[in-house]
Design a protein around this ligand. Structure first.
Ligand code: GLU
Length: 617
C-alpha cells in the first residue's frame, strides 16, 4: 500500500471507520491458533473517526483489507451504505485500477472467489485473460532464429496481451451476487481518477522501475512520466482518461470494451503498439505487434468452475482451479503437511516439512497443471492418496535434492518420474478480501502480470494492457514429457493466483490471498500453516518472515527468515538462494465468534496495507 494521505476521500464522500492500532502482539495470542475461538481476537478497535487505516482492524459487521488506503476506504464506504461484500469488492477493485495501475485494472484478469452466506456455497469466476484464436505454441519463438524470446522482449509487445477478463468479472459478479449495478460501483474509482491521489514512494518506485519501458510509448509516458521523469512523491496523480473510460462503461455497458470503441482501441494498440517517434531512453528489443482481433474480444467468456476443495485438520479449504494452479498446489501441499503434526514439531522441523511439501507440489504443478488439464488429474493431485504417495518422500532428517521430479500420476508408491521442473518468479498483482454483515465473503486476486504489465497504456483510455500471456512457458519445460502450459488458440496461461476461503463446520473461518507470481502459492500456504499449525494469530502470521521453495536448488527467503531459521534448515541440507527483500502483499479476514472479525493487511511489505471494519464495536 501506499503511504498516501487520503486526500480524495472527502471528495468521495467516504465515511472512514477507525482502524485498530497495529496488532498488539499480546492481545491476540492463543496457545494454538486452531479454530476460531476467542483467543485470536483482541480488544476491538475503539473508534476515533480518524482517517488512518492501519494494517489490522478488529470489530463487527463487514470488513475490508486491501493494499491501499483509498481502495479500502471506498470498500468500507460501500458496506456502510448498505452494499454487500460483492458490491464493496468491485468498487474497491475499480479504485485499485486507478491507484494500483501497475498491478491490476481493466486491462488485465483475475480470479474471484465468493462465499454465499445464504447458500453456504463457495463459487468462483475465472476472469483470466485468454490468448487470441490465432495463438500457436510457437507464439513466443523468434522466427528469425527459432529460439524463445527473452522474457522482456515478449513482455513489451503485442504478443503478451491477452483478452482482458477483469471488466467482465466485475459485471458478472455484480449481476449474480451484488445488490448494486456496475455503473454505480465504477463511480468512486472514476472520482479518484478525476480528482487524483497523492503519489507515494511505492508508486514512484514502480514507475522508476518501468521508466525505460513507459518511455517507449507516448500514451504511457504522457500519463506516468510527467516532464520525462517519474512523478514526485507527494504530487497528485490524476487519470482523466480512465475516469472517462469508467464513465463510458457505466453509461454504455461492458460491451463498449468487448465489442465497441474501447475494444477497438485495445486491438489497435496490440496490433500496432503506439511506439513513440521520440522515445525517452533506450529499449533493447524490437516492439512487435500481434494478431489480437475484435472477434477475440467479442468471443471472450468468463468461466464459473467449481472451486478446488481440500480438507485440512478439520477445516475445508476452497481455492481456484485451472487455469490457476493455486488451489491445486496449495491443496496438495496441505494434504502432504496434514500427515505430520506440525504443531507438535520443532519450528525447524515444521518449516522443513513446509518447504519440502512446497517443492513436491511445485514439481507436480509444473508437470501437470495448465488450462486444459483433465479433471481426473486435478482431482488426483489434490487427493489424500496422492499426498500419501508424495509425503513418503520427505525425510525428516535430510532435505530432498532440488529440483525434485514430479510424481507419476499413474503409478502407486513413491515413484517419481525422471524430469525436473523450472522456477518462476514475479511480484506484481493485487489482492483484496471483503466480507459483509450478512456473512458473504469475496476473495479476489487480479493482475496485469508484471508490475507495469506490457507497458502500453491504451491511448486515450488511461489503462495499461496486461502481459499475461508471458505466463505461458515460451518453450517446453518438461523434457520429453508434454508441457501443460504452452501457448495455444484461445488458451489461458497458467496462473499461481490463490484466492482462498476456509470454512470450519460450514461457517467462515478465514479468507486470504496474495500477489507475488508463483510465490503466491507459498505465501498463502505459509500463512495457513502459520495460523492453523504454528500458534500465530492472523496479524502475527501476516507479519512473520516468509520463505518460498518452488522446487529450485535455493530457497528464496526474506532476510529475517534466513537469519532466524537458516542455520537449522541448512543443518538439514536445505540451501538458500539470494535473499529477496519481501515476498507477497497479502490480505485476509478471520471470522470469530458472535460476529467478530479481524481484517489484516501487510504491516510493512509493499509499503503496508490497509484494513478496516464496518463497526468497531
Ligand atoms: N501473472 C501471475 C499469475 O497469474 C501473477 C503475477 C504476479 O503476482 O506477479 O500467477
Amino acid at each position: 500500500m501506499r503511504l498516501r494521505a487520503v486526500l480524495s476521500l472527502v471528495a468521495l464522500g467516504v465515511v472512514l471507520v477507525p482502524a485498530a492500532p497495529a496488532a498488539a502482539a499480546s492481545d491476540a495470542l492463543g496457545p494454538t491458533a486452531r479454530g476460531h475461538g476467542g483467543t485470536a481476537f483482541g480488544p476491538t478497535a475503539r473508534g476515533h473517526g480518524g482517517t488512518a487505516f492501519g494494517p489490522t482492524a478488529r470489530g463487527y459487521g463487514g470488513a475490508v483489507a486491501t493494499v491501499d488506503k483509498v481502495a479500502t476506504a471506498v470498500g468500507i464506504d460501500v458496506l456502510r451504505k448498505g452494499g454487500n461484500a460483492v458490491d464493496a469488492a468491485i468498487a474497491a477493485a475499480a479504485t485499485l485500477g486507478v491507484t494500483e495501475p501497475f498491478s491490476a485494472g481493466i486491462g488485465g484478469g483475475g480470479f474471484f472467489v465468493y462465499y454465499n452466506a445464504r447458500s453456504g456455497r463457495v463459487q468462483t469466476i475465472d476472469g483470466r485473460e485468454s490468448g487470441p484464436a490465432s495463438m500457436t505454441k510457437d507464439w513466443f519463438i523468434d522466427p528469425a532464429d527459432g529460439k524463445p524470446y527473452d522474457f522482456n522482449e515478449g513482455r513489451v509487445s503485442g504478443l503478451s496481451v491477452g483478452t482482458p477478463g477483469t471488466l467482465a468479472t466485475w459485471e458478472s459478479a455484480a449481476r449474480k451476487w451484488g445488490t448494486k449495478p456496475l455503473s454505480q460501483l465504477l463511480q468512486p474509482g472514476a472520482r479518484v481518477a478525476e480528482n487524483g491521489f497523492p503519489v507515494d514512494a511505492t508508486f514512484r518506485q514502480q514507475v522508476t522501475d518501468n521508466q525505460a519501458i513507459f518511455g517507449q510509448f507516448d500514451s504511457s509516458r504522457d500519463l506516468y512520466l510527467p516532464g520525462g521523469q517519474p512523478p514526485a512523491v507527494g504530487s497528485t496523480q490524476k487519470n482523466p482518461d480512465l475516469a472517462a473510460t469508467y464513465r463510458l462503461i457505466a453509461r454504455k455497458g461492458t460491451d463498449v470494451l468487448y465489442k465497441g470503441a474501447v475494444g477497438r482501441d485495445i486491438v489497435r494498440t496490440v496490433q500496432h503498439p503506439p511506439v513513440s517517434a521520440t522515445p525517452i531512453g533506450e529499449w533493447a528489443y524490437p516492439i512487435r505487434g500481434a494478431d489480437l482481433r475484435m472477434s477475440d474480444l467479442a468471443n471472450y467468456r468468463l468461466r464459473y468452475p467449481a472451486p478446488t476443495r481440500s480438507d485440512y485438520r478439520g477445516l475445508t479449504v476452497y481455492g481456484m482451479t485451472a487455469p490457476s494452479s493455486g488451489g491445486v498446489a496449495v491443496g496438495e501441499a496441505l494434504n502432504i503437511l496434514e500427515r505430520t503434526d506440525l504443531s507438535a514439531a520443532s519450528r525447524t522441523q515444521a518449516l522443513h516439512q513446509y518447504l519440502e511439501a512446497s517443492a513436491l507440489s511445485f514439481a507436480d504443478r509444473n508437470r501437470y497443471v495448465g488450462d486444459h488439464t483433465a479433471q481426473w488429474k486435478l482431482d488426483r493431485l489434490i487427493s489424500d492418496g496422492w499426498a500419501r504417495q508424495r509425503a513418503c518422500q520427505i525425510d525428516p532428517a535430510h532435505a530432498l535434492t532440488k529440483p525434485v521430479p514430479p510424481g507419476d500420476l499413474t503409478a502407486t508408491g513413491c515413484t517419481p518420474a525422471p524430469v525436473g521442473g523450472q522456477v518462476e518468479e514475479g511480484q506484481s498483482t493485487t489482492n483484496l478480501t471483503v466480507s459483509d454483515k450478512w456473512g458473504n465473503i469475496v476473495e479476489y486476486t487480479f493482475t496485469i502480470e508484471a508490475t507495469g504489465g506490457s507497458g502500453m497504456v491504451v491511448p486515450g483510455r488511461g489503462f495499461i494492457l496486461n502481459n499475461e500471456l508471458t505466463d505461458f512457458n515460451f518453450a517446453g519445460t518438461q523434457g520429453d514429457a508434454p508441457d501443460p502450459n504452452l501457448p495455444g488458440p484461445n488458451k489461458r496461461p497458467r496462473s499461481s493466483m490463490s484466492p482462498t476461503i476456509v470454512l470450519q463446520d460450514g461457517k467462515p473461518y478465514l479468507a486470504l490471498g496474495s500477489p507475488g507470481g508463483a510465490t503466491i502459492i507459498t505465501t498463502v500456504l505459509q500463512l495457513l500453516v502459520n495460523r492453523i499449525d504454528l500458534g500465530m494469530t492472523l496479524p502475527e502470521a501476516m507479519a512473520a518472515p516468509r520463505a518460498s521453495q518452488r522446487n529450485s536448488a535455493g530457497i528464496q527467503a526474506e532476510p529475517a527468515f534466513h537469519t532466524q531459521y537458516g542455520p537449522g534448515l541448512e543443518a538439514l541440507g536445505h540451501t538458500f538462494g539470494p535473499d529477496v527483500p519481501e515476498l507477497g502483499a497479502a490480505t485476509a479476514i478471520e471470522f470469530g465468534r458472535n460476529g467478530r472479525v479481524i481484517a489484516a493487511a501487510e504491516p510493512s511489505r509493499r509499503g503496508s496495507g490497509a484494513a478496516a471494519v464496518e463497526f468497531s464495536r
